[in-house]
Design a protein around this ligand. Structure first.
Ligand SMILES: C[S@@+](CC[C@H](N)C(=O)[O-])C[C@H]1O[C@@H](n2cnc3c(N)ncnc32)[C@H](O)[C@@H]1O
Length: 237
């Protein structure tokens, strides 16, 4: 897979893309990540990328020319044919199932906004998908691009030590994950649930399922409703 990131702050990606699971996936060749500063595509000698909004109002808007040029350069340079994704609070809410869909692509481009965002013509004529990472406003798209890249890269074959861990975790079956415990079995008089040290694999499986259902019902009843609706839809064809 190849991920290209278009940003005005490439330095924000230096640490996160080198460390931990993403860093390992890059080293193992599971993913190539290229970070581009689209200021380099600005056409004037001051490298201007923003301007005041037509119609007035506060803040600045990212100009279309540097972004169109940067995307065209990426697409012609690296053979990147994947979708252009703009990170924006106005986008569709990013979910685990979108992360799975994106992880099956050969690649995609992440565009990070700043200031009031990008000129609407970028969205109308260049962007394939607008994604939000939640109902709050960040000062730039960079943390959102990191969230999307991380959620996708960890699903690539070879990125995690144990692939099975992505099959049982939260959201993979529409439920939140059960609680985990590790050694010691008793710490400060706090005991782990006895079933987990019983050696009875079927009882452990049952307990975990119940815990998943209970925690999802109490914290995210919307997920349970959504799963039921999808199951009903699948059953009815
Ligand atoms: C200050 S925000 C602009 C907010 C915009 N004026 C609005 O009200 O919708 C600057 C940039 O941060 C990014 N951003 C902010 N919040 C985000 C979120 N929840 N999800 C994804 N990107 C976000 C976008 O790229 C956006 O262009």
């Amino acid at each position: 897979m190849r991920i290209d990131v278009l940003t005005l702050f490439p330095e924000m990606f230096e640490g996160p893309f080198k460390a931990s699971i993403i860093g390992r996936a890059v080293e193992a060749g599971a993913v190539e990540i290229h970070v581009h500063n689209f200021r380099e595509c600005a056409r004037d000698k001051h490298h201007t990328v923003d301007d005041a909004p037509f119609g007035g109002g506060p803040g600045m808007v990212l100009k279309p020319e540097p972004i169109f040029d940067a995307v065209e350069k990426v697409r012609s340079g690296g053979g990147q044919r994947g979708p252009l994704i703009y990170l924006t609070p106005k986008g569709r809410q990013f979910t685990q199932s979108m992360a799975r869909d994106l992880s099956s692509l050969d690649g995609f481009i992440l565009l990070c906004g700043r200031y009031e965002g990008v000129d609407q013509r970028v969205i109308d004529h260049l962007v394939d998908l607008e994604l939000s990472i939640g109902d709050y406003v960040l000062s730039g798209g960079e943390p959102a691009a990191l969230v999307v890249a991380d959620a996708v890269v960890r699903l690539l074959p070879g990125a995690l030590g144990d692939e099975a861990s992505t099959l049982e975790e939260s959201f993979s079956d529409g439920l939140l994950e059960y609680p985990h415990y590790t050694r010691p079995a008793v710490y400060r008089d706090f005991e782990v649930p006895p079933v987990l040290v019983s050696g009875n694999h079927e009882a452990i499986r049952q307990w975990r399922k119940e815990q998943s259902i209970n925690i999802t019902n109490s914290r995210r009843p919307d997920l349970v409703r959504r799963t039921h609706t999808l199951e009903a839809r699948n059953e009815n064809g």
